[in-house]
Design a protein around this ligand. Structure first.
Ligand code: B1M
Length: 215
């Protein structure tokens, strides 16, 4: 297979051997961010489709996820970085009950490479822990990621909890993850949150929203 198709295929097949050499060759052709967006994420999309249609079993999905993570880790030091720093602080987590973190970690990379401090709390984070961290770090926004349909319900509960604790005005909330839709966030969730709640389709929209919050 040609190089870029092979990279996509590596994600689908969970094939790690020779990954770094292929990535280095790819970086000679185009910027690392473009490799992530055009080739690696394309592979993850295929994995999602195969898994969703029952043609791929969970252990293989996990292998694909591991190759994806290794690939991003290899590219990360080569990503372009904005020399600005201290633009603001984002506390970021995958919500309670959800282990998916590839998308969240991409948000971390993109936002932190563009001048923000990101406190990445990891996966399965209850709202209490997220709020404690946001207070401790004087966060400018809270970011929650979730990929399960169940997580959209958790996000709703989390927003209600932030309302109840009286911190909604203090913490704008960014939400992202494949189970969400823009209309669910902007219509259903926006209604119930007393502060600002915004949907980010991808890591770049997350960055743009941080920029608009800090304006
Ligand atoms: Co899971 N899984 N999984 N899985 N998995 C999905 C989400 C699923 C849609 C697959 C499917 O059926 N087609 C399905 C959910 C169905 C549903 O809820 N209705 C599913 C399921 C069912 C499950 C399990 C329940 C399976 C099981 O155990 N029987 C289980 C859940 C465990 C749990 O969470 N409690 C499970 C487990 C796993 C693995 C561990 C094997 C692995 C995750 C490994 C890891 O993350 N470390 C995994 C994977 C890899 C997937 C798919 C295939 C790929 C997800 C991914 O990494 N995509 C996924 C299929 C899919 O999403 N269609 C699937 C790439 C990533 C870059 O995209 O995270 O969407 P994403 O992030 C995007 C944007 O959404 C956005 O930016 C990113 C791009 O720039 N974004 C944000 C994300 N968060 C953001 C936050 C922001 C802003 C933007 O601001 C705060």
């Amino acid at each position: 297979l040609p190089l870029f198709e092979r990279l996509e295929r590596r994600i689908v097949d969970g094939e790690r051997n020779g990954l770094e050499a292929d990535l280095d060759a790819a970086m000679a052709e185009k910027p690392p961010l473009q490799i992530i967006n055009e080739n690696l994420l394309a592979g993850m999309k295929v994995v999602g489709e195969l898994f969703g249609s029952g043609q791929m079993q969970l252990p293989f999905v996990l292998q694909s996820a591991e190759v994806m993570k290794a690939a991003v880790a290899h590219l990360e030091p080569h990503l372009e970085k904005d020399s600005a720093a201290g633009k603001g602080t984002l506390v970021l987590a995958t919500v309670k009950g959800d282990v998916h973190d590839i998308g969240k970690n991409l948000v971390d990379i993109i936002v932190s490479n563009n001048g923000y401090d990101v406190v990445n709390l990891g996966i399965k984070q209850p709202i209490g822990a997220i709020l404690d961290s946001a207070r401790q770090h004087g966060a400018d926004a809270i970011g929650m990621s979730g990929l399960l349909v169940k997580s959209t319900v958790i996000m709703k509960e989390n927003l209600a909890e932030l309302n109840a604790r009286g911190v909604a005005q203090e913490f704008p909330v960014l939400l992202g993850g494949a189970a969400l839709t823009r209309s669910y966030v902007e219509n259903d969730l926006d209604e119930l949150y007393e502060g600002e709640v915004r949907y980010a389709r991808d890591a770049f929209e997350g960055l743009r929203l941080m920029d608009s919050i800090m304006e």
